[in-house]
Design a protein around this ligand. Structure first.
Ligand code: HEM
Ligand SMILES: *[C@@H]1O[C@H](CO)[C@@H](O)[C@H](O)[C@H]1NC(C)=O
Ligand SMILES: *[C@@H]1O[C@H](CO)[C@@H](O)[C@H](O)[C@H]1NC(C)=O
Ligand SMILES: *[C@@H]1O[C@H](CO)[C@@H](O)[C@H](O)[C@H]1NC(C)=O
Length: 358
């Protein structure tokens, strides 16, 4: 029912747009303002059906999003040998890049996308495919702002070297330096880390997979920024894993890097600003992510094909302390303003379920 209303609204929007902008009809019946974007509609459809389990924000969507970061961050503003950014190199030169420690687990995402990349048969670049898949993945996660999509990336001619991708056991200084070298301010680092609201770990605890970073890994909500600020007391499995620190909720995994960024004076207030501020989190993520998606590419050579990206489902819930937690469990880090006052979710203390693997 909701879907039918949405379809009607979308059809209406298309009709009223047509009155002001000349649109072309694509071979598959979709319409676009730029005919060059037509090639993308069937690819988007194929992604939704075959990579994202009919449009869900699950393991397939999470993996595609992480892959887009690990491809794009192979870039430096000061060193042209440090990769050429969002260039498909992680796929094209997978024999090299998948061997880097920071890319552990990326082989899954590459394996999942391989048949789909083969199916497009060079009609779009591999660089475009990886970033298109990530943009579409986000629309399956309620709470995102519709991502933009720029089209026409050039594929890599050489791999990114080791050391471009931050590790969860890196210091804040090292992470901010690496991200800064690629062009991201500390505020933008926090902005792109909203991605960890729809994420989990398969390769940190050697015995467990699908360990979510917050209690709602299929929703792009602010719980990640709330829960990373709570005192950590427990591990989903064993302790002592590199890059992991104690989490507040049973079943949840906390990365050391997220723990430190939430508490460091260079980033803590940006982190806290996302707490229960869905619009701020979604907007700052959208713009920093758009920047990430075209790293290393000549922006003026790209065509704006944002119109092929589906409209995400909204999220209207509110940020909450998990059941059993109070303000006393918040480790206040931002010195400029207090942590927002939040209600506590009702009921007994719960544990967080693992993310089903696709
Ligand atoms: C800046 C520092 C970052 C660090 C240190 C970091 C580290 C990690 C680690 C260790 C994992 C778990 C991998 C595994 O065990 O399987 C992970 C997962 C993930 N990361 Fe990040 N990350 C960072 C930034 C980002 C950014 C910028 C994005 C996207 C824009 C991103 C998206 C994801 C996603 C979606 C997952 C979940 C993957 C899945 O469930 O399959 N991360 N990250
Ligand atoms: C996707 O939908 C199709 C058609 O409704 C169905 O046959 C298929 O099992 C679904 N796949 C998943 C992973 O839910
Ligand atoms: C640039 O990056 C390459 C590849 O990692 C490295 O060998 C070289 O030392 C770097 N140059 C500078 C000036 O940092
Ligand atoms: C793939 O592209 C090549 C080069 O354009 C073409 O020769 C070939 O027939 C295409 N294959 C398929 C299955 O479409």
């Amino acid at each position: 029912m909701a879907f039918k209303i949405l379809a009607l609204l979308t059809a209406f929007a298309a009709v009223s747009n047509a009155a002001i902008t000349r649109r072309v009809t694509c071979p598959d019946g979709n319409t676009a303002t730029n005919a060059a974007c037509c090639v993308l509609f069937p690819i988007v459809q194929n992604l939704q059906t075959n990579l994202f389990d009919n449009g869900t924000c699950g393991d397939g969507a999470h993996a595609a999003l992480r892959l887009s970061f690990h491809d794009a961050i192979g870039f430096s503003r000061t060193n042209s040998s440090f990769g050429t950014g969002a260039d498909g190199s992680i796929f094209i030169f997978q024999n090299t890049e998948l061997g880097f420690h920071a890319n552990i687990g990326i082989d899954d995402a590459v394996a999942q996308e391989t048949p789909l990349i083969k199916a497009v048969n060079g009609s779009i670049s591999t660089a475009d495919f990886i970033q298109l898949a990530a943009a579409v993945s986000l629309t399956n996660c309620p709470g995102t702002v519709r991502p933009t999509f720029m089209f026409g990336r050039k594929d890599a001619t050489f791999p990114a070297p080791d050391g471009t991708v931050p590790e969860p056991f890196d210091s804040v200084t090292k992470i901010l330096e690496r991200m800064g070298d690629a062009g991201f301010s500390p505020a933008e680092v926090v902005a792109v880390l909203a991605s960890h609201s729809i994420a989990g770990a398969d390769n940190i605890d050697p015995n467990l997979v699908g360990l979510p970073f917050d209690s709602t890994p299929s929703t792009f909500d602010t719980q990640f920024f709330i829960e990373t600020q709570l005192v950590g007391t427990t591990f989903p499995g064993t302790s002592g894993n590199q890059g992991e620190v104690a989490a507040p909720l049973q079943g949840e995994l906390r990365l050391q890097s997220d723990f430190l960024l939430a508490r460091d004076q260079r980033t803590a207030c940006f982190w806290q600003a996302n707490v229960n501020n869905q619009a701020h989190m979604a907007r700052t993520f959208q713009s920093a992510f758009a920047k990430m998606q075209i790293l290393g590419q000549e922006e003026s050579d790209l065509i704006d094909c944002s119109e092929v990206i589906p409209i995400p489902a909204p999220f209207t819930g509110k940020g909450m302390l998990p059941a059993g937690f109070t303000r006393a469990d918040v480790q206040q880090a931002c010195r400029a303003s207090p942590f927002p006052t939040l209600p506590t979710a009702p009921g007994p203390v719960t544990s967080v379920a693992a993310i089903p693997q696709s």
